[in-house]
Design a protein around this ligand. Structure first.
Ligand SMILES: CC(C)(COP(=O)(O)OP(=O)(O)OC[C@H]1O[C@@H](n2cnc3c(N)ncnc32)[C@H](O)[C@@H]1OP(=O)(O)O)[C@@H](O)C(=O)NCCC(=O)NCCS
Length: 149
């Protein structure tokens, strides 16, 4: 298993990026300025995009290829980020929908609820987004402290 940074032609990963964020112009807001990592294990299995927001490391996109979900790849990506950025940042955060498909995953990875941005999904997306049978309205932020080495 190898995790590497991708600096060129990031849009080649659009199909997998769309799995975590289904509107392309929203992805365009962070893809070029963000850092893209791909996890390969006999082919692409998982990717993520991180940015810095007000001194905090923020996960903007995290997706595992559907056929390979539930095998630890997403968690491996989170642990990679914690190790790589642990000396530079004291906090890692993620904003996600209030969804039973994502929140338990982040809690398993050591994140805890921080705050919410009301109406984020209904304001910024051009169509209603449903996940786990529920319409996403607010953006839920979860945070995890990073060990300062
Ligand atoms: C969320 C996502 C990235 C998780 O990746 P993954 O590779 O399937 O997750 P892992 O296999 O590493 O799971 C890590 C732990 O979380 C748990 N978990 C994952 N999804 C869960 C869920 N929906 N409910 C409860 N637990 C869950 C796993 O059981 C595992 O627990 P364990 O450590 O006790 O074994 C993946 O499901 C995905 O790509 N979803 C679609 C895109 C998306 O919504 N991305 C997030 C938006 S930013």
């Amino acid at each position: 298993m190898e995790i590497r940074e991708v600096t060129r032609n990031k849009k080649q990963y659009l199909p997998l990026l769309l799995l975590a964020d289904e509107q392309e112009d929203m992805i365009d807001r962070y893809l070029e300025r963000g850092t893209l990592y791909v996890l390969e294990d006999h082919g692409l299995k998982c990717l993520c995009v991180v940015t810095e927001e007000a001194g905090i490391l923020e996960i903007k996109n995290l997706a595992t290829v559907p056929a390979f979900q539930g095998r630890g790849y997403g968690k491996a990506m989170i642990e990679f980020l914690a190790e790589r950025y642990g000396t530079r940042y004291s906090l890692m955060q993620v904003g996600t929908g209030d969804s039973p498909l994502t929140i338990p995953f982040y809690e398993k990875c050591g994140f805890a609820y921080s705050h919410r941005v009301e109406g984020f999904f209904t304001e910024h997306y051009d169509h209603p987004i449903f996940e786990g049978g529920r319409q996403l309205v607010d953006m839920i932020y979860l945070q995890r402290p990073l060990a300062q080495i």
